[in-house]
Design a protein around this ligand. Sequence first.
Ligand SMILES: Cc1ncc(COP(=O)(O)O)c(C=O)c1O
Length: 394
Amino acid sequence: MSIAPPSSIPISRPFLGEEELAAIQAPLRDGWIVQGPRVAEFEQKFASFCGAEHAVATSSCTTALHVGVVGLGAGPGDEVIVPAFTWISTANVVLFAGATPVFCDVSLETFNLDPASLSEAVSNRTVGVIPVHLFGLAAEMSTVNEIARSRNLWVLEDAACGFGTRLDGLHAGCLGDAGCFSFHPRKSITTGEGGMLLTGDPALAALARSLRDHGASRSDHARHTQAGSFMLADYERIGFNYRMTDIQGALGSAQMDRAEWILAERARQAAFYLDALGDLEWLRLPKVPDGATHGWQAFVCLYAPEEPSLERRAELIERRNLLMAALEREGIATRPGTHAPVAAAAHRDRNGRAPESFPNALLAESLSLALPLYAGLGDPELEHVSDTLRRLGP
Ligand SMILES: Cc1ncc(COP(=O)(O)O)c(C=O)c1O
């Protein structure tokens, strides 16, 4: 069955070829399908690309974050600070661990957490913070780490969008105590579903390996490749089944072999948009601060024909949505950057503060506009998107 794409230029598309097709057949041929040698190979390639000491693959970024939050010790009575503009699971994993997510607002310049709002959110129950490197731009980690150090908090990076993201030369995932990545198809490299936790802490890495595998003291792969394979593992803790399959590991490994090219392509396309759209006054383009390397998981702008404000929000959303609908009619897919979980029904009533207490998160949800960006998108398409946007703008 073939499904016709709703737009002729989609918002995103994984880059997959014959190498990936060949790679995923190997586990099917030899029969080692779950968390075996291909997952280990993918972990090793990913750790070495990012310059991390330990990489622990999981079934998604959400499950990596859950393992991270539990591994770092959050539990009932604890508070963990998360940005109010991010994918909902950044906040959900804190609840999974029995702790309470406390939101802080974001900056409309970067879409990342606002350090002043982070400082205000810290209480004597706070145990950690989850900065998000949204759309591939690193959060202000030197300030986040300073606040964390002074209040004795751990820092778990949500680097779901952070592949290729660097700050002062260090890759995302190596900027806090641990960092978690997503390999969902909207990310730069994909394993279908999949995630990875990076850390420099060997004890945390060992705990994460156990937590992802029902709390086992050693993996099936280790057991089957050593004498005494009939001896079952010990189970010293309650864990989860968050294992990655070897089919996904093989896919991830093949994607890593083209990762440099994929990231370079995305950076080239972002540079194209920055050049082609730089003079539009009604569209604020992403900025890359000194010392940062953007990973360009997405090219997300802010629709701002007027100064964004909560008072004008309803009118501006309507205008942005009309623009998105007009682009869709021209065959160009766009999306909001992400959403504000603080305003989602699932979190609104748990959170002691009204969504309007996080004005920038609400404005980012309402006015962000992501343009198509993916390895394989050609110059004629980039030109078409830029020209059409210019023609249809307010
Ligand atoms: C910022 C952020 N965090 C977490 C996730 C969850 O990733 P996954 O779908 O791999 O669980 C996403 C996915 O889009 C994300 O963008």
